[in-house]
Ligand binder design. Structure first.
Ligand code: MG
Length: 372
């Protein structure tokens, strides 16, 4: 194929990226060496590999906070991921970071979530406590390195070192004293901005809380109303909720760009290594960080611990434990590839890995089949 007219990844990145961004040509590469693609850079290929994986598609059937019983309005794990990627790219582009790497990390970041969100994670962690427990971040690596197969005989997605390392930094933040690449930090910040905003939106829409309560109790929401000014009075309740949530996102993104972004852009760092070793943290700072903590405490107490969600959580946890026990007793009920994994990884881990990959609906079907 004639390629002389195409701008190379290196040319494009040298025009767009800041010196402290992670460049494709500096990537440590992949475990299994592959020829370079004609026009897609390594991080762009990683993004595409994640996007085309079945684990990524299954995120559409996994709950974020609210289950499918509550209708179709609220976020799923997939739409959450897409919102994170959108916000992370906005921040990454403004800071002139590597947007392909940011997007790959964002699309990948929650790929390891089991059915029923954190309730499912806690249940699996308890089931697997004697063999090292369960963490969705670690399971994301298992998906990327073992469970998804692109080309036999290589197992896994064969992602770049940088994307895998970014995910590893989520597994145990205290394990490595080194800060992650700025691109990975941007995804972490975007994750938190996103779930604070959309959980607020979903909670109001699903009537777990009212906007008035939030306004009364939370500084951040009061700021949103101040920002909206007299416009707020002319909006119907749905439009007002949307306007408040948009403002909530804007406040946080602006804060990250103004505070952390100022540090980054004035730093004089000449490489991504210098940037990460400086100890800089890209996250909301100052009084906005305090207001954000107040919002998160509110969401925890009043939404995530809402009796209706606690009931869902308890039911999901009991069902996960039952299916886990049933499959540990008889692993032959699993698909062949998970039966084969029992010899290498043990029955418990293999059953945990099988259950963790299920969507909420597939889990319920399996539970009905094996446990009723
Ligand atoms: Mg997330």
């Amino acid at each position: 194929m004639e390629s002389g007219f195409l701008q190379t990844v290196e040319e494009r990145e040298s025009l767009l990226l800041a010196p402290y961004a992670m460049r494709s040509c500096d990537s440590a590469g992949r475990r299994h060496v592959e020829p370079e693609h004609l026009y897609r850079g390594p991080f762009q290929r990683d993004r595409d590999r994640v996007l085309h994986s079945s684990a990524y598609r299954r995120l559409s059937g996994k709950m974020q906070v609210f289950t499918g019983d509550k209708g179709d309005y609220h976020r799923t794990r997939l739409t959450h991921t897409q919102e994170v990627a959108s916000i992370a790219r906005t921040i990454g582009r403004s800071l002139r970071l590597n947007e392909d790497l940011v997007e790959a990390l964002a699309l990948f970041h929650d790929i390891g979530h089991p059915p029923f969100g954190h309730a499912g994670e806690d249940a699996l962690d308890e089931c697997l406590k004697d063999v090292g427990g369960f963490s969705h971040n670690r399971y994301g690596l298992t998906i990327a390195e073992e469970l998804e197969t692109r080309h036999q005989p290589i197992s896994g997605l064969n992602l770049t070192y940088e994307v895998l390392e970014g995910q590893k930094s989520r597994v145990d933040k205290a394990a490595d004293n080194r800060r992650p690449l700025l691109e990975a930090q941007v995804v972490d910040a975007a994750d938190s901005i996103t779930y604070d905003a959309h959980d607020t939106d979903d909670a109001i829409k699903l009537e777990f809380v009212t906007l008035e309560e939030l306004r009364r109790e939370l500084v951040m929401i009061q700021w949103c109303f101040e920002e909206l000014g007299s416009r707020a009075d002319s909006l119907d309740s749905d439009s007002l909720r949307r306007a408040v949530v948009h403002t909530l996102i804007d406040f946080q993104v602006n804060n990250v760009l103004m505070e952390s972004g100022k540090l980054v852009s004035q730093s004089g760092w000449q490489s991504s290594t210098e940037a990460r070793d400086s100890g800089v943290i890209i996250e909301p700072l100052g009084e906005l960080a305090d207001a954000k903590r107040q919002l998160e405490t509110f969401l925890y107490d009043r939404v995530y611990r809402h009796p209706e969600l606690i009931a869902t959580r308890e039911r999901a946890q009991a069902q996960i434990k039952s299916l886990y026990m049933a499959l540990v007793d008889d692993p032959s009920k699993m698909p062949d590839r998970f039966i084969q994994r029992c010899d290498i990884h043990g029955v418990e881990r293999s059953v945990g890995d099988y259950i963790a990959g299920m969507t909420d609906r597939f889990f319920e079907k399996q539970y009905a089949k094996q446990c009723s």
